[in-house]
Ligand binder design. Structure first.
Ligand SMILES: *[C@@H]1O[C@H](CO)[C@@H](O)[C@H](O)[C@H]1NC(C)=O
Ligand SMILES: *[C@@H]1O[C@H](CO)[C@@H](O)[C@H](O)[C@H]1NC(C)=O
Ligand SMILES: *[C@@H]1O[C@H](CO)[C@@H](O)[C@H](O)[C@H]1NC(C)=O
Ligand SMILES: *[C@@H]1O[C@H](CO)[C@@H](O)[C@H](O)[C@H]1NC(C)=O
Ligand SMILES: *[C@@H]1O[C@H](CO)[C@@H](O)[C@H](O)[C@H]1NC(C)=O
Ligand SMILES: *[C@@H]1O[C@H](CO)[C@@H](O)[C@H](O)[C@H]1NC(C)=O
Ligand SMILES: *[C@@H]1O[C@H](CO)[C@@H](O)[C@H](O)[C@H]1NC(C)=O
Ligand SMILES: *[C@@H]1O[C@H](CO)[C@@H](O)[C@H](O)[C@H]1NC(C)=O
Ligand SMILES: *[C@@H]1O[C@H](CO)[C@@H](O)[C@H](O)[C@H]1NC(C)=O
Ligand SMILES: *[C@@H]1O[C@H](CO)[C@@H](O)[C@H](O)[C@H]1NC(C)=O
Ligand SMILES: *[C@@H]1O[C@H](CO)[C@@H](O)[C@H](O)[C@H]1NC(C)=O
Ligand SMILES: *[C@@H]1O[C@H](CO)[C@@H](O)[C@H](O)[C@H]1NC(C)=O
Length: 544
């Protein structure tokens, strides 16, 4: 059997940019953990270590899986062996973009696709809350919006009783943002067996206008920060849902002390509709449709459900509820939590709901490949053709399901449930054209006449080949094309061997039509890139 170390040695012998870095297919060693609890890909120079995928149930063409198109977007939490970052990957498992921060996926803002990222602080895994900001990045990966909630106590420091902002966000067609937040409130909890002077995590929904949101306000008028009226809508669960409606008792989700406020409601998704907000409460096992005025229109599930359920249509400890039409909604049914287990395994449920008869029926369900329960997190994305991607949350896998819910393939990004989790996993089309130039590094073993160069361009989706240029002098520049290499992996190796003693090198990214997309700066053969810059010789195009 391979040990992890032996595997690493072997790996380094596999040519970079070769098949060593694509997803495995039904690899038993990966599955057994022989490659480590969070096995990752490495590059010669690019400073990222993306998690290695294994298709536990392989797609028709494994590993290419090109049928589906698009890229997977996810944020692996707490990988053991590698720094976490938001991953945009090809279906064959190669990295496309490494995004600093909690990558959510794509949101439409001002009619265009934007990458939605949460940056902040907080223990994502222990309580599922965090404090921070939401960023929207355009196709050049430039930040076009930076915002958070208003007037809920955000401010000076990270004391426990400052609002905790979570990473759930939806941009509406009106270019507003609907966010969730967990401010701490004081309350008399003796009715629930807690302290008289107790502390509760409230669950808040807030909608703000992105263009005039917090960041903007803070710059213009800091005193406005505590003015709730700046928000378009604010809804606080404690004002509407009594803790007796819910299933996480004091002691099971915090004990109501200042240090461990009681998280009685645990909001984990919100979706804006024309007639209100669909809110998912994990700990009340219920979805709430809250009207634009803040009143609860209906409760679906939980102790005071307005709806009845057909067999298999009820849910508990659920995530990611989404209305698709006036009669269809989807929800990731965990069916279990750290508190108790109602089901043998979690499922993505497609439901038919009838608001007149107040009844919910199961359309169909999606099950995980190895029938395990997901105690926390999870997502269920319905694609245009009715197929769907389910992200199994605390379980490190995601899967594609056909319109009937049957599994077509399942990929895993770690062998074991405790190694890595991903809050949600999405499949999106995306075109990335980074504003930052391509990166390159000249191998330190290079000598005149035998030069190895590593090229990569984080987030660029259109690169199909790389061209290497060499120059003997920088003034005037006289770069010569030294060859073109097809791009197969995130990092590409380019080589020059020959009689000429070039001392400056540049890489240029090409698209499928052999058009130049971006140019690196010239780097000195010694590997000292600062030379070119110090001499102010960075050029933007090779003079062809
Ligand atoms: C993040 O939170 C931890 C624990 O509350 C704190 O010690 C740390 O300073 C915070 N870091 C930042 C950047 O806010
Ligand atoms: C977003 O805005 C906050 C508040 O002004 C600021 O602290 C933070 O640095 C900003 N983040 C980015 C990435 O610009
Ligand atoms: C917030 O923390 C401060 C300092 O510990 C404390 O005096 C105050 O009562 C707390 N407020 C709330 C609403 O929890
Ligand atoms: C707290 O609530 C309990 C039970 O509802 C009540 O008996 C008690 O008087 C309350 N204490 C305070 C300080 O409000
Ligand atoms: C509250 O819970 C924390 C964490 O489990 C524990 O350390 C603490 O002793 C508890 N406090 C009370 C008053 O139960
Ligand atoms: C968008 O704004 C219009 C006009 O204010 C409103 O009628 C509609 O409900 C809003 N839609 C959403 C999803 O917020
Ligand atoms: C749905 O209801 C059935 C019957 O009451 C129950 O056995 C099952 O555990 C429930 N499912 C969930 C996810 O709570
Ligand atoms: C299912 O897969 C997860 C993650 O790979 C693993 O931790 C778990 O043991 C598996 N369960 C079964 C029943 O195979
Ligand atoms: C060029 O350098 C590489 C790596 O140092 C070496 O393996 C290769 O044999 C050299 N090629 C020539 C033609 O010298
Ligand atoms: C991985 O998939 C991408 C996108 O289809 C493709 O450009 C690339 O060549 C593939 N890489 C490998 C090593 O198969
Ligand atoms: C790189 O060049 C700069 C500027 O000439 C110089 O200060 C520095 O020592 C060089 N570094 C190396 C590693 O050669
Ligand atoms: C570098 O070139 C730019 C554009 O020609 C010029 O504006 C700048 O002053 C130069 N910088 C140095 C350090 O010479």
């Amino acid at each position: 059997m391979f040990t992890a170390l032996f595997r690493l040695l072997l790996f380094s012998l596999v040519p970079k940019g070769g098949l060593g870095s694509v997803a495995y297919c039904e690899n038993e060693e990966y599955e057994s953990g022989a490659f480590g609890m969070s096995s990752y890909q490495t590059y010669n120079a690019a400073p990222f270590r993306p998690l290695q995928l294994n298709y536990a149930i392989p797609p028709a063409e494994c590993p290419s899986n090109n049928d589906i198109g698009g890229y997977f977007f996810f944020y692996p939490e707490n990988p053991i062996t590698t720094e976490p970052f938001g991953m945009i990957i090809n279906p064959n498992g190669t990295l496309v973009g490494a995004i600093p921060g909690f990558l959510r996926g794509i949101q439409k803002y001002k009619g265009k696709d934007h990458i939605s990222v949460w940056v902040g602080n907080g223990s994502l895994l222990s309580v599922g809350h965090g404090s921070g900001h939401n960023l929207l990045l355009d196709d050049t990966y430039s930040i076009v919006a930076n915002f958070t909630t208003v007037g809920l106590g955000v401010g000076a420091d990270m004391h426990e009783n400052f609002t905790l902002f979570t990473f759930k966000l939806e941009v509406t067609p009106n270019n507003t943002a609907v966010m969730t937040a967990y401010p701490v409130r004081t309350a008399n909890l003796s009715r629930f067996g807690g302290p008289k002077s107790g502390f509760v995590y409230d669950s808040v929904v807030q909608e703000i206008d992105i263009a005039t949101g917090y960041y903007h306000l803070k710059k213009l008028s800091p005193h406005l920060l505590n003015d709730l009226s700046e928000a378009l809508f604010t809804w606080e669960a404690l004002d509407h849902v009594d803790p007796s409606e819910c299933y996480a008792a004091i002691g099971e989700a915090g004990n109501g002390t200042e240090e461990y406020p009681w998280d009685y409601f645990h909001i984990n998704s919100v979706q804006k509709q024309d007639d209100g907000y669909l809110i998912s409460s994990r700990y009340c096992h219920a979805l709430y449709l809250v009207g634009l005025g803040g009143k609860i229109i209906w409760r679906m599930g939980g102790k005071n459900s307005d709806f009845t359920f057909s067999e298999g249509a009820n849910f508990s400890w659920q995530h990611h509820a989404r209305i698709h039409s006036s009669s269809v909604l989807s929800v990731f049914n965990n069916g279990a939590s750290q508190i108790n287990q109602d089901l043998p395994f979690s499922q993505g449920l497609l439901l038919n709901y009838d608001t007149r008869r107040k009844h919910v029926a199961l359309v169909n369900a999606r099950s995980p490949f190895n029938r395990t329960v997901t105690l926390s997190q999870g997502s269920f994305q319905i694609l245009k053709d009715g197929e769907s991607i389910v992200g199994w949350g605390a379980m490190p896998y995601f899967s594609l399901h056909d319109v009937n819910g049957d599994i077509k393939w399942s990929a895993q990004f770690a062998p074991s449930e405790n190694a890595v989790a991903s809050y949600r996993v999405f499949l999106h089309n995306w075109v990335g054209r980074p504003a930052t130039p391509p990166s390159m590094q000249i191998s330190t073993t290079s000598i005149p006449g035998n030069v190895t160069v590593y090229a990569w361009w984080n987030g660029a989706t259109e690169v199909t080949a790389w061209e290497l240029f060499g120059s003997k002098v920088l003034t005037p520049q006289s770069p010569m094309s030294l060859g073109i290499v097809g791009k197969v992996d995130f990092e590409t190796t380019l080589r020059y061997t020959g009689e000429e003693s070039y001392v400056f090198f540049q890489v240029v990214a090409l698209n499928g039509n052999r058009e130049y997309l971006g140019y690196s700066s010239f780097n000195l053969l010694s590997g000292n890139s600062s030379i070119a810059k110090a001499n102010n010789q960075t050029v933007t195009a090779p003079p062809l």
